[in-house]
Design a binder for this molecule. Structure first.
Ligand SMILES: *Cc1c(COP(=O)(O)O)cnc(C)c1O
Length: 373
């Protein structure tokens, strides 16, 4: 049997007519930038997440760069974040000469260890950039408390976190990306809400920040050809928005299917002593965008699964503090032992809504087989 890590083909086959119709309609209506589908999609995201503002941009990476620009994460200002993430969570800071200050992660959630944030704050610190990774949100109670106490802004990298919700000690569940000053989503094809190409979005509950974001995505213009700031050309594409509107209609069902696959994995793998399974902390609703295990002999297991036709992935093999592009920050091996240890043990197994039960069974059987050898 072959079990791919991810494919968009099964979803397309299931909903082909709807996708075709939406894409063709978008073309039939004539070329539109920030057109009807983008406007409708932004409104639907606002309704789904309860964010006051939802502003579509060209990618999650652009969303991070623009939000960092707006929140003044630049020119030597320090921003506290985690080294265990995708490059874009930190490169957005470096783009404007902001200084990323890393703190280690929690060994069980892989998210920023909020008990270590305060000791990293200096008089140059202006913000905290938590990343809600894989299946769960960082501890937003702690982060918002610390931010308030030290007068810092918060930018949530919710690129992987669409649909995740945090309650913590609060009264209600709130969506990832809607708790800090600004939040961002990525619609990269593999993400929980994925397009057929690139796309991203910025959320905020602050009118002023929303106005700035809308200006910055069209070259800093308040009205056409009147430029207030040096901005960007970063718009969510109308055809991608048309695709995303279809996917958003079914998102709760997709999330539920992911969660069921997670449950089956846990059921089948929980007895294997060489494996540790994900643990969700805090009162929150996880979404299994990625299903990770941490395990002994990770590289050998990975090879064994590949040899048996199973697609896997390693997020992330090298923490950002050890990447060449960030060597100027002066970090060295051993600075963030938890992130380093996790990066040597973590392995992502296939999970997407259309993955079949027998495929999950096959993956688990091969994992058991490997450790029995
Ligand atoms: C995917 C991702 C991004 C970047 O999103 P793109 O849309 O691919 O630019 C940023 N941060 C994290 C944590 C991601 O997983």
């Amino acid at each position: 049997m072959k079990v791919g890590f991810y494919t968009s083909k099964r979803e397309y086959d299931e909903k082909m007519e709807e996708f075709n119709e939406a894409i063709l309609n978008s073309i039939r209506n004539g070329v539109q930038t920030l057109g009807d589908d983008v406007k409708a999609f932004e409104k639907e995201i606002q309704e789904y997440t309860a964010a006051q503002h939802a502003i579509g941009v060209a990618s999650g990476t652009d969303a991070l760069v623009m939000a960092s620009d707006i929140l003044n994460y630049k020119d030597g200002n320090e921003i506290i974040t985690s080294p265990f993430t995708f490059l874009a969570s930190t490169s957005c800071l470096a783009k404007h000469k902001g200084k990323p200050v890393f703190v280690d992660i929690d060994e069980e959630t892989f998210n920023i260890d909020t008990t270590k944030i305060e000791e990293a704050i200096t008089d140059k610190t202006v913000g905290i950039l938590p990343i809600h990774l894989f299946c769960q949100m960082a501890n937003m109670d702690d982060i918002m408390d610390i931010a308030k106490k030290h007068n810092l802004s918060v930018l949530e990298d919710a690129a992987e976190a669409f649909g995740m919700q945090w309650k913590g000690k609060g009264d209600t569940y709130r969506h990832a990306g809607t708790i800090g000053d600004m939040g961002i989503y990525s619609f990269f094809p593999t993400k929980t809400l994925g397009a057929y190409g690139d796309g991203g979005l910025i959320t905020t509950n602050n009118d002023e920040l929303a106005d700035l974001t809308k200006m910055l995505r069209v070259h800093g213009a308040k009205e056409k050809y009147h430029y207030e700031y040096i901005g960007y050309n970063s718009r969510l594409d109308n055809i991608q928005a048309a695709v995303l509107r279809i996917k958003l209609k079914y998102i709760n069902d997709s999330i539920e299917k992911r969660n069921k696959i997670h449950d089956l994995y846990v059921e089948r793998l929980k007895e294997i002593p060489e494996i540790t399974l994900p643990k969700v902390k805090g009162d929150q609703k996880p979404v299994y965008y990625v299903f990770n295990i941490t395990c002994d002999k990770r590289d050998e297991l990975n090879q064994y699964l590949k040899d048996n036709g199973i697609g896997t992935s390693i997020y992330y093999p090298i923490p950002l503090h050890l990447q060449n592009c960030f060597s100027y920050l002066g970090y060295k091996k051993g600075d963030f032992p938890v992130a380093e240890r996790v990066s040597e043990r973590i392995l992502a197994l296939p999970i997407y809504p259309e993955l079949k039960e027998e495929e999950v069974e096959y993956v688990c059987e091969k994992i058991r087989e490997f450790y029995r050898k």
